[in-house]
Design a protein around this ligand. Structure first.
Ligand code: 5GP
Length: 187
């Protein structure tokens, strides 16, 4: 499970990680936020209306769900986790902090990784991405300051100041965890 502030480069790092470790698969989350121009429904997110999202909460379909600073909802569908497990693959979740803490508590054996970056760097990336309004960027940065202080609550932290170095560090940690899990399963 990968968490960290908005703009820390979680998405880019996860793509790099998947190229190296084909046994991994990312669970597609559901959200009520608007689709960005480069995104595809069901590939990047399952884009739902507020009504549909709430209906699925009430039906118990989510492992975890949160309302983010933007007021939009995000959540991990149990069906995604089951589908990936049935295919015999290892599930990767990309979550904001509260969701990651909830899953860490609920799912024994889950491994949590926190991706950190300096606040000025986060701000630069969010502005360069320009997918949020400037008010929303301010909110995300404010939240990032708080989130960076929470890094110690997760098993590992990787600082994404250099993409290549961070990818190496992340892949090494995940590989080691996969080996450990494999060793335990064979016992
Ligand atoms: P974005 O709008 O930039 O795609 O995502 C905003 C935040 O929501 C990011 O920090 C991302 O990690 C988080 N997020 C995406 N999907 C989920 C989810 O299913 N559950 C939770 N708790 N957070 C999510």
């Amino acid at each position: 499970m990968i968490t960290g502030p908005s703009g820390a480069g979680k998405g880019t790092l996860i793509k790099q990680l998947l190229d190296r470790l084909p046994e991994l698969e990312v669970a597609v989350s559901a959200t009520t936020r608007a689709q960005r121009p480069n995104e595809e429904d069901r590939r990047d997110y399952l884009f739902l209306t507020e009504e549909e999202f709430v209906r699925r909460i009430e039906a118990g379909e989510f492992l975890e769900e949160v309302e983010y600073v933007s007021g939009h909802r995000y959540g991990t569908l149990r069906s995604e986790i089951d589908r990936i497990a049935e295919d015999g693959r290892v599930c990767v979740l990309e979550l904001e902090l509260d969701g990651a803490l909830a899953v860490q508590e609920q799912v024994g054996g889950s491994v949590t990784l926190f991706i950190a970056a300096d606040v000025p760097e986060l701000e630069r990336r969010l502005r360069a991405r320009a997918t949020e309004s400037s008010g929303e960027i301010e909110d995300r940065i404010q939240l990032a300051r708080f989130q960076l202080e929470q890094a110690h609550r997760f098993r590992y932290m990787v600082r994404n100041d250099d993409l290549e170095r961070a990818t190496e560090a992340l892949a090494a940690l995940v590989e080691r965890e996969l080996q450990l899990a494999g060793t335990m399963a064979r016992r």
